[in-house]
Design a protein around this ligand. Structure first.
Ligand code: URA
Length: 232
């Protein structure tokens, strides 16, 4: 993680304030004075401001606009993992609150708070997720009813929970589901004889993908966004 970001996270200040603090010459990294915010801080580094040790604040909650071609895992022999896009320390502590497939884009939540992510991923909490779906074949009128009734996916014992479909155009829909089975959206459309060509997650609970984030960019969640998951 860059030193200026570390100072922002550790002291709760803006990037501009961190740059000013560094310019003052009162910040040291492992005992040496540093003025550049671009210097990398590792998990073993000791960052001091005057005689005060700066440690990172509590749990982390991040929102990324996931690009295609990156996998949601710590290691992958073939594709890049999403972690290469993060400028954070202690990567190993972070996990995904609902993975996306390698070719799926959009809202990805990353955290080190297991209780928080459990509220998103556990079927018990029925946290809704909205996906924009582009289909190979035109959407059929009966889809909405089929999703509302629940669909029995291959290799599953129980049908999917009722899901809501909004038709945007012949080949584009918004689908809201309340659980997160493996490849769920693709399998739901496959069960109806269609194929998902592209998939983009736009919303999880009340957290909506920030449109200012370019693919691959991420930001901290606001306190309201974090809290919205607990207060659901
Ligand atoms: N459903 C899918 O099929 N893939 C995803 O990435 C997310 C939901």
């Amino acid at each position: 993680m860059r030193l200026d970001k570390y100072l922002c996270d550790g002291l709760g200040i803006t990037r501009k304030q961190a740059t000013k603090l560094l310019k003052s010459g009162d910040v040291t990294l492992d005992g040496a004075k540093v003025k550049s915010g671009a210097v990398k801080v590792s998990s073993q580094s000791e960052v001091m401001w005057e005689d005060r040790a700066i440690v990172l604040r509590g749990p982390r909650y991040l929102m990324m606009n996931k690009p295609t071609g990156f996998v949601c895992s710590h290691e992958d022999g073939f594709n890049h993992t999403v972690f290469v896009l993060l400028d954070e320390v202690r990567y190993d502590d972070l996990h995904f609150a609902g993975r996306l497939d390698v070719d799926t884009t959009g809202l990805l939540l990353i955290t080190d708070d297991g209780k928080w992510s459990h509220r998103i991923t556990s079927p018990k909490h029925k946290c809704d997720k909205t996906y924009r779906v582009w289909l190979a074949d035109p959407v059929q009128e009966e889809y909405a009813n089929a999703f509302q009734q629940g669909i029995l996916l291959r290799n599953e014992k129980e049908p999917t929970l009722p899901a809501e479909l909004e038709i945007i155009s012949d080949n584009e829909v918004l689908l809201t589901i309340h659980e997160g089975k493996y490849h769920q959206v693709k399998r739901m459309f496959a069960a109806l004889g269609n194929r998902v060509e592209a998939l983009h997650r736009e919303r999880i609970g009340q957290i909506v993908l920030d449109e200012t984030l370019e693919p691959g960019e991420y930001r901290d969640l606001s306190p309201q966004e974090i809290e919205s998951i607990f207060s659901k």
